[in-house]
Design a protein around this ligand. Structure first.
Ligand SMILES: [Zn+2]
Length: 408
């Protein structure tokens, strides 16, 4: 029933204070729930880290896919393995929403990857272990702790509500570290059916910021074909592919525009056969980063129109912009606002960050689906020997994820 206008106005401040007090105590209860389960979360992460899963080893990655499928099925999810010949099988798990009410709510997509950059056998020199409140191991930050958070947030919501409050789709891909070639289309199709996407990649920095913007990423290979000749007998007859490539690299360096967030990095060069031969072949692998989608076509065109310095050489450019940037759209900002509110409920000032690295969140955000990235573990050393997560951060990361599954 409608109340008299003046009364409603009067009651608003009181109601708000009361509501935020209730939110605070609910937040504290949830934080306590996860704090009591902190060591169980650590054990889940350890289980995942101890199944080594380099992107390029199909038997290894398929093993962890099967393991994860069983883990999520134990919570009532319906699993579908997306078979791939060249990469591991990516795992999709669908959870139904509540049996009654809000039947029309679309799922939220929890996105992650189980592949790592570490070759099989890395555990022998880089074991999974706890020391000084840190959990170390290959892939612990990027991003096996993120997968563990999904499992524990789903379990918590089922415990609190008796069932999941809305449909949830989990998609854990096999090939993120090598470009997501086998999984990209599926990620995009699932994102399209979802209200929002939460990416469980590591948080930004030790302050645990979520990621609301990521640069777009491109990879190109420039091959130069020259004319070989004996460096001693016929130096004038050769056309050095290496010399031409060196000039091309200098030309490429001029395409950098760091102020506008555009960078071009010749990261790997190869060429030549012997010191006494004028090189007939050379190549360079180039990493390109862009801040806005608008920059994609321009840099692509400029790379394709690099001009020969030595007309007797030939150039061949392959590659493209693989991931468009994740831009901080209104949808992204709205998700961040919701995350801030949840964090606020436990006195936590959740920050946001824009980062240079890409993830599968670039795909979903690029389609215009609200995406919040960096929802996973807090730590340092992704892809490096000192990779770790901060164990004491796990409870509030889980709390945040559970809250965002409800709210996204
Ligand atoms: Zn990652």
């Amino acid at each position: 029933m409608a109340q008299p206008q003046f009364k409603r106005e009067e009651s608003v401040p009181n109601k708000r204070t009361k509501e935020s007090a209730i939110e605070k105590s609910a937040g504290a209860d949830r934080l306590r729930y996860f704090s009591e389960r902190q060591s169980r979360m650590v054990e889940t992460i350890r289980e995942l880290v101890e199944i080594e899963s380099p992107s390029d080893n199909k038997p290894a990655v398929d093993r962890i896919a099967a393991f994860l499928a069983a883990k999520f099925e134990a919570f009532g999810g319906r699993t579908r393995l997306h078979r791939s010949n060249d990469f591991g099988d990516s795992v999709q798990i669908d959870f139904a929403g509540p049996r009654l009410g809000s039947v029309n709510r679309k799922p939220v997509l929890l996105l992650g990857h189980y592949d790592t950059v570490y070759p099989l056998g890395t555990l022998a020199n880089m074991p999974c272990k706890i020391a000084n409140g840190l959990l170390r191991g290959p892939g612990v930050l990027d991003m096996k702790s993120g997968i563990a958070l999904m499992l524990h947030a789903i379990e918590a919501l089922q415990t609190w509500h008796g069932e999941l409050p809305r449909p949830v789709t989990v998609f854990v891909v096999s090939d993120e570290e090598v470009g997501s070639h086998s999984s990209r289309k599926i990620t995009e199709a699932l994102a399209k059916q979802s209200d929002g996407v939460l990416v469980l990649e590591p948080a930004a920095g030790l302050r645990g910021a979520v990621k609301t913007a990521r640069k777009g990423v491109g990879e190109y290979t420039l091959r130069v074909q020259g004319v070989a000749a004996h460096a001693g007998l016929d130096p004038g007859k050769g056309h050095s592919a290496i010399l031409e490539m060196a000039r091309q690299i200098t030309a490429m360096a001029k395409l950098n525009n760091l102020r506008q967030g555009l960078s071009v990095n010749p990261g790997v060069v190869r060429g030549g056969t012997r010191s006494n031969v004028i090189a007939a072949e050379a190549s360079v692998v180039i990493d390109v980063r862009i801040k806005s989608a608008k920059q994609a076509a321009g840099i692509d065109r400029k790379l394709r129109s690099l001009k020969l310095f030595d007309k007797r050489c030939k150039l061949e450019l392959k590659g493209n912009i693989n991931r468009l940037p994740m831009e901080r759209t209104a949808g992204v900002a709205a998700l961040y606002k919701k995350a801030q509110d949840i964090a606020h409920g436990v006195g936590w000032k959740l920050e946001e960050a824009a980062v240079g690295g890409g993830s599968d969140g670039n795909f979903t955000a690029g389609m215009g689906i609200p995406t919040l990235d960096g929802m996973g573990g807090v730590g340092d050393g992704a892809h490096a020997v000192h990779e770790y997560i901060v164990i004491s951060e796990l409870p509030r990361r889980a709390l945040l994820l559970a809250g965002m599954i409800e709210a996204a």
